[in-house]
Design a binder for this molecule. Structure first.
Ligand code: TEU
Length: 528
């Protein structure tokens, strides 16, 4: 946290107004802090509560609000509630969890946890009793059907709001919808007799929405908290329950492209999207949200590989591609999020062996690859494309030891390009990805464009090019065209009228109402 305090001016210069912190609570770190042992304590690994208060106060002076990660589908098996529940399965705390007796000597049902294995494990010391965990076995799921539990969660949320945090990024929240009878499900494509636990969540959206509605009406709305939900697999017609005036969140992440990549049973079956497919996903989300409210566009986060590596063809795995993709993402209708290092155009890391990965999901996916018959090197290729660890390497501040992140020993290796791709180098280069992101944010906040870029409609601009992504933001008489060319050749777009270029990356030309984009370039143009 001292590091974040030190870098607040950097974030301020980037232009951001909200800072989302991944979990910094007390944790045994089985899942990078998403296993919380005490919701109201800072883990000493990050600093103290005093540091946190200082961070909050200093951020405020720079106009930066802080949002915390709210991880309430599950806690850690080291949380007091779970420890008490294990000691006495009849105590109140035990009812905060899903404890079930075995069925015919087996686990209650055949759901597979998100990180592999069965969602059921035995309650320590109780041979016939199981607890449910949709993630790791060290992350017991909380029973949202229990009103006392919900009250305790709401108290905790209020405590953070009282402290002055602006709101929350709400983790894995669709997982709280469960069928408390825990029936068996038909086995899925992994062929191990089990079924991904998300199948149950999909059937229980009604319960989820009931809980979310209560939390919104009783806590978030009266407190005017800003919330961004981690919500997957929504039907377009249900969006109004999540965003907009009647939604249960301020916004939710737009995971359209991500869901397309990972809509399969295991990393080894994931798809590589074409630019055309990426475009299709982007505008599908934009069309769906138009009538309701704001989505939060993202190209990467701590659960995903780097967006440039994931979504662009290899020829654009460079600063040109990063700037063009950033342009498209940042000016969509919505509340864009930048994930640390995205603003530098960071690419995936080349991991050389399974030992270099930290994430428990990477380890499980590696086992799945091997079980599927892939060789060690093929399995590594799969992880090198999809692992969450790509987003979890230390932030590169300079070309020095440990990229200037620490004088100690970081938790994992650096991304291999850090001597060129780091904050210091990019601040010194007027043409860097970082400088481009700064310009994008300031363009979005430009008083002359702020209204159209916030409230204006977003309509896909059809072009004859498979690898061009372009759209118009429009409000009343104002139109802004945003375009990026990921093709090998030039692309010329014919616009309805002449315009003025406001921001470009790469080589762009205008001639009357013709906009020509060289390969890898992007443009933002205000129509006359
Ligand atoms: O992720 C929720 C989730 O569903 C993940 O399984 C996600 O789909 C997957 O990691 C994508 O590869 C949240 C957090 O963002 C993640 O870091 C945590 O591991 C998870 O919850 C459990 O708390």
């Amino acid at each position: 946290m001292r590091g974040i305090i030190e870098k607040l001016p950097y974030l301020h210069a980037l232009g951001i107004e909200i800072l989302w912190l991944s979990p910094i609570y007390k944790s045994p770190f089985i899942d990078n802090g998403y296993d919380i042992a005490d919701y109201q304590a800072i883990d000493p690994l990050f600093g103290t509560m005093d540091d946190f208060d200082e961070l909050l106060a200093k951020a405020k002076t720079l106009g930066i609000a802080i949002i915390m990660d709210l991880v309430v589908n599950h806690c850690s098996d080291q949380h007091d509630w779970f420890k008490q529940a294990c000691t006495d399965p009849n105590c109140e705390e035990a009812s905060y969890f899903y404890f079930r007796e075995s069925v015919n000597g087996h686990a209650p049902n055949n759901l597979r946890a998100n990180f592999g294995g069965c969602v059921w494990d035995k309650v320590p010391g109780h041979n016939n009793l199981y607890y449910c965990h949709f993630f790791a076995k060290e992350q017991p799921d909380l029973n949202w059907f229990n009103e006392k539990l919900r009250r305790r969660i709401y108290q905790m949320i209020n405590w953070w709001l009282d402290k002055g945090v602006a709101g929350f990024r709400v983790d894995a929240i669709m997982s709280i919808g469960k069928d408390p009878t825990f029936p068996d499900f038909p086995q899925d494509a992994l062929g191990d007799g089990m079924c991904a636990c998300s199948a149950m969540n999909l059937q229980c959206n009604e319960a989820t929405n009931r809980f979310l509605n209560e939390m919104q009406e009783q806590i978030f709305r009266p407190r005017q908290a800003f919330t961004v939900g981690e919500v997957f697999n929504l039907q377009a017609e249900n969006l109004g329950k999540f965003i907009g005036d009647n939604g249960n969140f301020s916004t939710i992440f737009d995971f359209g492209p991500h869901e397309h990549v990972c809509g399969h049973c295991a990393y080894y079956a994931y798809e590589k999207l074409s630019v055309a497919q990426l475009r299709e996903e982007i505008f599908k989300s934009q069309r769906a949200a138009a009538d309701y409210g704001f989505l939060a566009p993202v190209i990467e986060n701590h659960d995903e590989p780097r967006g440039v590596s994931c979504y662009l063809p290899p020829m654009w795995h460079n600063s040109l591609g990063a700037k063009a993709l950033g342009t498209i993402s940042m000016l969509l209708r919505g509340i864009p999020f930048i994930y640390q290092g995205q603003e530098l155009g960071m690419l995936n890391t080349r991991f050389n062996s399974i030992e270099e990965f930290q994430d428990l999901q990477s380890k499980e996916e590696y086992r799945r690859c091997l079980r599927q018959g892939l060789s060690v090197s093929e399995a590594l290729d799969v992880l090198n494309a999809h692992a969450r660890d790509h987003a979890r390497t230390p932030m590169p501040w300079n070309e020095g030891p440990h990229a200037g992140f620490t004088s100690g020993t970081p938790w994992m290796r650096l991304q291999q390009d850090y001597q060129q791709v780091n904050v210091k180098a990019q601040l010194a280069d007027a043409d860097s990805v970082l400088r481009h992101y700064q310009k994008l944010v300031s363009l979005k906040k430009d008083p002359a464009l702020q209204t159209v870029l916030t409230y204006g409609s977003c309509t896909e601009l059809n072009t004859p090019y498979a690898n061009v992504i372009a759209y118009t933001r429009k409000l009343a008489m104002q139109s802004v065209v945003v375009a990026a060319n990921f093709d090998e050749g030039c692309a010329t777009l014919t616009l309805t009228r002449r315009g003025t270029l406001r921001l470009t990356s790469g080589q762009v030309f205008i001639n009357e109402n013709q906009l020509t984009l060289q390969p890898g370039s992007s443009a933002v143009l205000v129509l006359a």
